[in-house]
Design a protein around this ligand. Sequence first.
Ligand code: HOZ
Length: 432
Amino acid sequence: MPRKLEISRKLQARAERVIPGGVDSPVRAFRAVGGDPPIIVRGVGANLWDADANEYIDYVGSWGPLILGHAFPAVVKAITVAARNGASFGASTPLEAELAELIIQAMPSNEKLRFVSSGTEATMSAIRLARAYTNRKYIVKFEGCYHGHADFLLVKAGSGVATLGIPGSAGVPEEFTQLTLALPYNDPEAVKKAFKKFKGQIAAVIVEPVVGNMGCVPPAPGYLESLRELTSKDGALLIFDEVMTGFRVAFGGAQEIYKIKPDITCLGKIIGGGLPVGAYGASAKIMDMIAPLGPVYQAGTLSGNPLAMAAGLATLRHLRDKDDIYEKLEFNANMLVEGVAEAAKDAGVKLTYNRVGSMFTWFFRKKDGNVWDWTSAEQSDTAGFGKFHRAMLDSGIYLPPSQYEAAFLSTAHSVDDIDETIEAAQKAFKAM
Ligand code: HOZ
């Protein structure tokens, strides 16, 4: 039975009159999957409620930050306490150094960090820093990876750009992207060739060590090692965009599980506990290039905002201090992802999946085959995904409204939630 979304529809129409597409981030408009986007009014634990009082099991988790689920009590308490003391000062508070210390302990490739307000700001600033540090111009990024919406990073990007099937963005002059080399992901030979052609000119290679923005795509064995080797050999910096993977795939992020030490790390999402935070970090030698110590300028009125720092601290402390969190996430995510894949197989639906810890994607396929880069991701049956998405939504399961966005499991999801999701998938596949 389709869900009643009358109030959501009215609210969406109202928003469309004053906000482009009625949304503040394109994928939220559900254009890629069809159907009406539910307008969300509440989230608790693993559940969401929309304006029509429909309840959902949520696998978006605010696109990654909510590893502990919605309105996690310690996070709510920390935000409330911080808010009573004032929401913003545009001056330093003790919380910033405390959160920075905690992150540095978890990711020792960083000796210093700078907080910003979004992942986009983190990657944009990291590139500026890398260019200043190396005194070089070119950057390498990978097709289907998304590093926010800075002009020079909107080249063959994933996420909403891939979802909408557009090559980049209008309003970005060609000259602005001429120094960006977009190469296929998981292809070390392409990187080798680029370093040969642009020897001594590449400032940095930026990569999502586990991609989340063309759906979830893990690195092939040895791939990240080859990036580390090639960048070091040429004197370029290796930037890990761990906005999604930081504190998600492991407490120490992808750099912990793949044992690679990047030169610069970009963070966001979980470190803000659901509030707007980004950060970039590196060795003291690199970070001391930033103003006021060095010549690289970067600033922000709401950077290090005390509410956001408090939410991030409460989240990271819980992740650090509670036993077995990542083991349980691994176990439950495996049960969920394989359960749904099994249901697809039983129903004769062509589907493959990728999962690293609690981030995952079910790829609907036109032909059998796995997904390891953008070319293979692009061959997905997006119409099939749309049909599945609508059927799941009707059964109360809220998935990312795009084949090219990763889904996330939180510690709040129970085995009952997972069983209910697998049952909904069985029903959805039968109807396909
Ligand atoms: N591009 C974002 C995730 N990769 C979507 C953010 C949002 O719509 O909130």
